[in-house]
Design a protein around this ligand. Structure first.
Ligand code: ZN
Length: 111
């Protein structure tokens, strides 16, 4: 016997991976195009997570009795729902990147 993890979709169809399960549910919802921005992950990098860390080199440079020098260091990113697919991972229209002189973003492909 071995343990098996199964992901059940809304309609009780079992899938072996969360990705396939989410893809199936997206299709049920009529969203058949994978989101080009997050590639189905449904999340994107949000703001930087910044922490104040001691800069040991700079502290040492100040000598033995110097007060510690702190610098803001980016330690990661907040994870936020994807803005292109509204956190779904899939979209009901195919999206293409739009790069114009001023505006950038995503638009539906005209069929
Ligand atoms: Zn997305």
């Amino acid at each position: 016997m071995r343990e098996q993890t199964v992901f059940l979709a809304h309609d009780d169809t079992p899938f072996s991976t969360a990705f396939e399960c989410k893809q199936h549910e997206a299709k049920l919802a009529g969203k058949t195009y994978i989101c080009p921005a997050c590639e189905g992950k449904a999340t994107e990098h949000g703001d930087d997570i910044v922490e104040s860390r001691e800069d040991e080199d700079a502290t040492a440079w100040g000598g033995q009795f110097a007060s510690p020098v702190y610098r803001d260091v980016v330690v990661g990113h907040k994870v936020v729902p994807c803005s292109v697919c509204d956190g779904y991972g899939w979209t009901d229209h195919q999206k293409i990147p739009v790069t114009k002189q001023v505006r950038t973003g995503w638009a539906d492909v005209q069929s």
